[in-house]
Design a protein. Structure first.
Ligand SMILES: [Zn+2]
Length: 319
């Protein structure tokens, strides 16, 4: 077979660098204004250009044009895949995987880090972005469709649902990532301020640089306690908010029905009421934790971020 004959070239030809086959020099171009490495972005795991790969990567990169503001000078995009954000197992268990689509995300491999962009089922940017610097990674591997990252600070995270068609290329990419042995202050995945791009502190729910405030778990807990589906509505998650409010509404209606019924008081009625109250509390608790899980993605308190530049901060400090 001809293909085989080319593939099994005599050993002497392997010595030549792969670029020699293509007459063009390595192009460091931009796609939709974003700096990319086309030789990695548009090729398969044998480094051969593939039109379907280019089409897929371009479709994704169109949705990621906002990244321009976050990329550092000289940083280039190597590859993009869809995946799912890390989620605690008990949340997945208690919500029955009903809201799994809301965990959709992009993972963008650049020359310096992996950018994690939690999007939800429509793969649209919702002003939330995190980074995993290669230098903070102790070990990274792809197991079937799950990207497993062990950080040098002892934490581990799992990104499931990596795109099937991107698996082979990412498997090829991972051993080539510039992981370093030692780092003075290792950190895990850290979120970035959607307004100024600064790395956000894990304990403070506002940006240290531009002071953008984010929604808090405490407030979500209060809303979840006071209103049916309140935790989710506060987090701007309307679909699960609706599901939880219907569930809580039904339980409350049941409570009123049983409580106000003219059936004479007996131990069964009390037991049923206690059971409903416990069930309602459990639903509220799960709703709060589920909404809180999304608040860990740093959702700005106002959906309008407004403009911010280092100059405006300087002006204010002068005043
Ligand atoms: Zn900021």
């Amino acid at each position: 077979m001809l293909v085989n004959a080319i593939g099994n070239a005599p050993p002497t030809q392997f010595a030549a660098p792969p670029e020699d086959k293509a007459a063009s020099p390595v192009l460091r171009e931009k796609v939709f204004g974003l700096p990319v490495d086309r030789d990695i972005l548009f090729t398969d795991d044998h480094n051969v250009y593939q039109a379907p790969v280019e089409k897929r990567q371009r479709q994704w990169i169109v949705k990621l044009s906002f990244l321009k503001a976050f990329l550092l000078s000289g940083e280039r995009i190597l590859r993009i895949t869809s995946a799912r954000s890390p989620m605690k197992w008990y949340l997945q268990l208690f919500t029955g995987g009903v809201f799994l689509g809301m965990e959709n995300a992009f993972l963008v491999f650049t020359t310096y880090r992996i950018l994690h962009i939690p999007t939800g089922s429509d793969y649209a940017y919702r002003q939330s972005i995190a980074q995993v610097r290669y230098r903070d990674i102790r070990r990274i591997r792809l197991r079937w469709r799950t990207l497993e990252i062990d950080y040098k600070n002892g934490r581990s995270e799992r990104f499931s649902g990596v795109a099937l068609r991107e698996r082979k290329k990412i498997k090829q990419l991972l051993p080539a990532l510039p992981l370093v042995k030692q780092v003075l202050q290792p950190v895990g995945r850290r979120h970035l301020c959607p307004r100024c791009g600064a790395v956000l502190s894990e304990r403070k729910m506002s940006c240290r640089r531009c002071e953008l405030p984010f929604k808090t778990k405490g407030m979500a807990g209060m809303m979840a306690f006071l209103f049916p589906g309140g935790g989710h509505f506060y987090t701007r998650l309307y679909y699960p908010g609706l599901v939880f409010s219907v569930l809580e509404g039904l339980l409350m209606a049941l409570l009123v029905t049983v409580g106000a019924s003219l059936v004479p008081v007996n131990e069964y009625r009390v037991l049923i009421i206690v059971g409903i109250v416990l069930g309602l509390s459990a639903v509220k608790a799960v709703g709060w934790r589920h909404a809180g899980h999304f608040l860990e993605q740093y959702i700005p308190r106002s959906s309008r971020l407004g403009r911010w530049s280092p100059d405006s901060a300087r002006d204010r400090s002068v005043q």
